[in-house]
Write a protein of this length. Structure first.
Length: 187
């Protein structure tokens, strides 16, 4: 028998096998396929893969720290001048003295600043009003005094005018009398 004759029945026997390829048995890790034959992502399997990668990434951190994996990613470090690295935390830690300080010792808030400014303005306005009232009172008293003084001066002037008038009338009458007597020769 020739080699070509023996090969033909083998091809014929293999033909039906090629038409119906064996499908591997479905395991838990196999992914379902859609109508096009592409595999669909399996949600639970993807979540397991994410958890596995997270645990693998946390394993070196556990070995370095010698404890449980931290719940947060490691903080950025900043090199100090002496070569040691210190974590850069976003919030500044309070010292024990600051944490135990009374609430009144804390810095005032915006509302407290506004209240203090308003109180200061009210106090300043009150002081200005008191000064203005005091000045007005002094002005009124000064006016009263000046009016009294003017009235007194006016009375004095009137008295002087009366005395002067009396004196002038007396002098005038005397002069008129002398003139009359001089003219008549009765003098």
């Amino acid at each position: 028998m020739s080699a070509t004759g023996e090969g033909e029945p083998a091809k014929q026997e293999a033909g039906p096998l090629e038409e119906a390829p064996e499908q591997p048995p479905a395991d838990a890790t196999s992914k379902p396929t859609d109508a096009n034959g592409t595999s669909k992502p399996d949600q639970p399997a993807a979540a397991e893969e994410v958890e596995a990668s997270a645990t693998q990434a946390a394993a070196p951190a556990e070995e370095a720290e010698g404890g449980a994996a931290p719940s947060l990613p490691p903080l950025k470090t900043m090199d100090k001048p002496d070569g040691a690295s210190a974590p850069m935390s976003p919030k500044t830690e309070k010292s024990p003295a600051e944490s135990t300080a009374s609430p009144t010792a804390r810095s005032p808030t915006k509302n407290q600043f506004g209240l203090s400014i308003r109180r200061r303005k009210k106090r300043d306005i009150g002081q200005e009003l008191e000064a203005a009232v005091q000045k007005a009172k002094e002005g009124v008293e000064g006016l009263k005094k000046s009016r009294e003084e003017r009235d007194r001066e006016l009375r004095e002037l009137k008295d002087e005018f009366k005395t002067l008038r009396k004196h002038l009338t007396k002098v005038y009458t005397e002069q008129q009398k002398e003139l009359y007597l001089g003219e008549t020769g009765l003098n």
